[in-house]
Design a protein around this ligand. Structure first.
Ligand SMILES: C[S@@+](CC[C@H](N)C(=O)[O-])C[C@H]1O[C@@H](n2cnc3c(N)ncnc32)[C@H](O)[C@@H]1O
Length: 429
């Protein structure tokens, strides 16, 4: 029998959490909750959800996958360390916030990076906030399975963890530096919005929100930060922050943004291609239990071309990233265009070129990103950027379709890993 979604459920998710989710994704999550709770159907579930904040949190937890891992974007943590050193020079303790912190990997990475850099325990404190109580409970437990350790350099695990049954337990020294609290970024009380924080990491949340909700969330982030404070959004979220009063912190801080002064508001951020994340390919057999799903698998390297490597130096892409970060935007575009002449099937290069042109030529950027998506229909970041561009160009319907498609890409990847996990159970996380 075909089950249809009670529209009040989608409306409640949008009103409380600002989540702009396609109905089929919401329906899928609701069906899962109905089966987990042993309910008879949609009517029972609607009644439960509409009267229970706890159930709403459970459902949101299924929709916004608490996807995270340690040192997810190493450059951002390195820049956070530099910024904290500057604050230490001012003779006071630095206050850092990870919002959303999910299961804790991000705030704990901040604490580890600072301790490893020799910043004293008394010189900083980190808070982790998230809407999800189950995620926060996992963060407080601080025992992590292999999905939390995905980077190339895992030396930090030797320094700060002990192997235990079901994973690795974080040291007391790091745990002491981080406290966790349940907070909804859209419903913060005035007391916490008092401009207290020096650094706020807000990564991989804004992409789930519809544009008005993004504006509300970013206004709150602004209020959380002190005047010199730095915001660390996800790469795909920087343009959105730039539309709401933030500018790139510049120079050695390409992962960070600061509050724009009045004459800077509205200026486009400089593209920073070296910050485009190359998502790690999930390991064969990694489970996607509820907390362990990953973004879609896609090539960690540009799609190979038939041209010889002598004729198509792979380092042209790297060169383009460096040129863009050095402010040589025209040179970066030229590098990408010559790369594409020889490797026209490289979705990654079309995607990067599209990113470079997002500010100055949005229509052309849209065309380039479409090309990337045509070549790699599961290119999650290209789908997200395309959605943002469509929104900017007033095509909300198309943007919603693209977001839904990005959601499906993500869901398919999750399901694939869940199957792999059932075939070969993974250690806990
Ligand atoms: C993809 S994780 C991001 C974790 C981490 N920042 C990172 O980038 O690795 C998204 C998290 O956002 C949380 N979340 C969703 N809506 C929220 C809201 N309105 N307020 C606070 N957290 C929220 C979810 O519970 C989930 O843990």
């Amino acid at each position: 029998m075909k089950v249809t979604l009670d529209p009040r459920i989608a409306a409640r998710i949008r009103a409380v959490a600002g989540l702009d989710m396609a109905d089929n994704l919401v329906l899928r999550a609701v069906q899962r909750r109905i089966s987990e709770l042993g309910l008879s159907g949609m009517t029972d579930y609607s009644r439960l959800l509409l009267g229970s904040a706890a159930e709403l949190t459970e459902l949101i937890d299924l929709l916004v996958i608490p996807e995270t891992w340690f040192f997810r974007d190493p450059a951002a943590f390195a820049q956070a360390v530099q910024a904290v050193r500057g604050i230490k020079g001012l003779g006071r303790r630095a206050r850092l916030l990870s919002l959303p912190c999910s299961t804790g990997e991000e705030p704990y990475s901040l604490a580890m990076a600072l301790l490893d850099a020799g910043v004293g325990e008394a010189d900083f404190q980190v808070e982790g906030w998230d809407i999800s109580l189950p995620s926060l409970a996992r963060a407080q437990r601080a025992v992590y399975g292999r999905n939390s350790f995905r980077g190339q350099d895992l030396a930090f695990r030797e320094r700060h963890f002990t192997a235990v049954e079901g994973g690795h337990a974080l040291s007391e020294r790091v745990r002491q530096r981080v406290s966790f609290h349940q907070q909804n970024i859209l419903q913060l009380e005035a007391a916490v919005l008092a401009g207290q924080y020096d650094l706020v990491f807000c990564r991989n949340l804004l992409i789930y929100f519809d544009p008005p909700t993004q504006g509300r969330a970013i206004a709150n982030l602004r209020a959380l930060l002190n005047e010199q404070g730095l915001l660390f959004p996800g790469f795909a979220e920087m343009n959105t922050c730039a539309q709401h009063g933030f500018v790139g912190a510049g120079g050695a801080q390409p992962a960070a943004m600061r509050k724009a002064s009045s004459h800077e508001i509205g200026r486009e951020p400089k593209a920073s291609l070296s910050r485009v994340q190359v998502l790690p390919r999930p390991r064969q057999g990694d489970s996607a239990g509820r907390g362990a799903a990953s973004l879609p698998a896609r090539p960690a390297q540009p799609v190979p071309s038939k041209a010889s490597s002598a004729a198509r130096p792979d380092n042209l892409l790297q060169q383009a990233r460096q040129q863009a970060d050095g402010g040589q935007l025209a040179a970066a575009q030229a590098s990408l265009r010559s790369y594409l002449q020889q490797a026209p099937e490289s979705a990654e290069a079309w995607f990067l070129l599209g990113l470079l042109l997002e500010g100055e030529a949005p229509v052309e950027a849209t065309r380039l990103l479409r090309r990337a998506v045509y070549l790699d229909p599961a290119h999650y970041q290209a789908l997200c950027h395309l959605a943002l561009l469509c929104e900017q160009q007033g095509d909300g319907a198309q943007a919603a379709q693209l977001r839904a498609r990005a959601g499906r890409v993500q869901t398919r990847a999750d399901a694939g890993r869940a199957d792999a996990g059932r075939a070969k159970p993974n250690e806990g996380r």
